[in-house]
Ligand binder design. Structure first.
Ligand SMILES: Cc1cc2nc3c(=O)[nH]c(=O)nc-3n(C[C@H](O)[C@H](O)[C@H](O)COP(=O)(O)O)c2cc1C
Length: 335
């Protein structure tokens, strides 16, 4: 079966897998994708992911899962588990995966490391596993490990584009030729026309982070969201390639300092950590002072014109996708 129903772009192998109205995932956002945001994503027709890395311990994550259940009733939602090598010691992946299985979470988004060790137990608990990667070879490995779907992110993405970033358009075409399981495409996707482009490439859906950062439900200060609205695509930049942990972030005082140090040959995370530690980002979201901290953001910032509710943003994306299809002579603009 093809990935997308030719008479309805919303009906794809991914939306069927996730049982969502739309083939769109509002993927993990550290400090920001909390129960309120995830509930709004689900209520807008997407799959949303509470981001485990935002919580100090599994008890706090369990409380947030409970809060999401209270907001959503029986409607399904997901949890994001970023398994990237931690900047600070301590790996809680094992405990978090056990909690996800125990809580019978519908979907887990894994990222950062090979998920093979966890796939069988998660699937046995009824959880769907979507693994996110910046390189096709890792997607193929995850497919062999039995994940249900993969997400490929391209160089434009907020967060981690990998150490040899590949543009999203190339990433999608390569993935379509190589993968047998459904895949979502992410990285710079911030309007409906790009969703249609991703589906045309062979993706079964899209993964979006940056476009939703200006949503009313994102728990961050209005000044930060206003900066994102004003930002141009060139206002993001890559840092931390010196420690093989490249991140696309909003250009600010911190990125200037870190890039100067990296330019001088600093490649020791201990020396860079005082500028990039996650708690600085958390403080920036709360205060609105976007000039400090490593604040993940993708090139899609250039496509955001205002803050709005997630439901309004989704309505806009759907309208743009319908218009793009009508422009191609496919559908009547309102399929
Ligand atoms: C502010 C922010 C925080 C993020 N935090 C995480 C995270 O904790 N775990 C993760 O797997 N991905 C994280 N990501 C990556 C997103 O889930 C997603 O892959 C990416 O945003 C897609 O590209 P886009 O930003 O161009 O839409 C983050 C992205 C942003 C913008």
């Amino acid at each position: 079966m093809t990935a997308v129903n030719p008479t309805d772009w919303r009906d794809t192998s991914l939306s069927r897998l996730l049982k969502t109205r739309l083939p769109i995932m509002a993927t993990g956002l550290q400090w920001l994708a909390n129960a309120d945001y995830v509930a709004a994503a689900v209520n807008s027709g997407m799959m949303g992911f509470i981001t485990a890395a935002s919580f100090a311990d599994t008890a706090a994550l369990r409380d947030e899962i409970q809060r999401c259940r209270e907001l959503l009733g029986t409607r399904a939602f997901g949890v994001n588990v970023s398994m990237l090598p931690k900047l600070l010691p301590g790996d809680r992946t094992e405990e978090i995966m056990a909690l996800i299985a125990d809580e019978r979470i519908a979907v887990v988004e894994t990222s950062g490391r090979d998920p093979t060790a966890y796939v069988a137990a998660l699937k046995a608990s009824g959880c769907r596993v979507v693994h996110k990667v910046p390189q096709l070879r890792h997607a193929l490995k995850a497919e062999a490990a039995g994940v249900d779907a993969v997400t490929l992110v391209g160089a434009e993405c907020g967060g981690h584009p990998g150490e040899s970033p590949v543009g999203t358009l190339v990433q999608g075409a390569l993935a379509a030729r190589a993968l047998r399981i459904p895949f979502a495409l992410g990285g710079g996707i911030a309007c409906g026309e790009q969703i249609v482009a991703a589906l045309a490439l062979g993706a079964a859906g899209v993964a979006i982070g940056t476009r939703f950062l200006v949503a009313d439900e994102i728990p961050a200060h209005a000044d930060y969201k206003q900066r994102l609205v004003e930002a141009q695509p060139g206002d993001t930049t890559l840092i931390l390639s010196s420690v093989r942990n490249s991140m696309r972030v909003l250009r600010n005082d911190t990125t200037a300092t870190v890039q100067a140090l990296e330019g001088d040959g600093v490649n020791d995370i201990q020396q860079l950590l005082p500028y990039v530690r996650g708690t600085l980002g958390k403080a920036a979201y709360a205060s609105g002072d976007w000039r400090q901290g490593a604040l993940s953001a993708g090139q899609g910032v250039g496509l955001m014109t205002r803050s709005a509710s997630l439901a309004e943003i989704i309505a806009e994306l759907e309208q743009e996708a319908d218009t793009a299809l009508a422009r191609l002579g496919i559908g009547d603009g309102g399929v």
